[in-house]
Design a protein around this ligand. Structure first.
Ligand code: SF4
Length: 109
């Protein structure tokens, strides 16, 4: 299965996403249900307030992603304990744009 991952732009200076790649390849944590996945794209939200995440998610769907994953930097605030204040709005807009066939996974690890 192919997935597109969206991450927080505010945390890319302090996290290269190493754990996300590791658990995606091994099918652990948020990927226990899907099993190992292939990463179609690993993009940021584009910066606050995250509106660009919607078009970026759609771009990854157009390139074969069957799920869009919002990394834990967004939903859980990893690694600095500061969740995205726009998480729900971003998630809901992605769900609307991507359509019912695309799964949205709300965390990574
Ligand atoms: S909108 Fe949220 S996910 Fe995007 S940079 Fe801002 S805090 Fe991070």
């Amino acid at each position: 299965m192919k997935v597109g991952i969206i991450r927080c732009r505010q945390t890319e200076d302090i996290c290269p996403g190493t754990t996300d790649f590791k658990i995606a390849a091994s099918g652990q944590m948020a990927f226990e249900e899907t099993g190992p996945v292939e990463i179609t794209g690993f993009l940021t939200c584009g910066g606050c307030p995250g509106k660009r995440a919607v078009a970026r998610a759609k771009m990854m769907v157009d390139r074969g992603a069957m799920a869009i994953v919002l990394a834990s930097c967004i939903s859980k605030g990893n690694p600095i304990g500061f969740p995205c204040p726009h998480f729900e709005a971003m998630r809901d807009a992605i769900i609307r744009k991507a359509g019912p066939d695309i799964k949205v996974i709300e965390w990574t690890h």
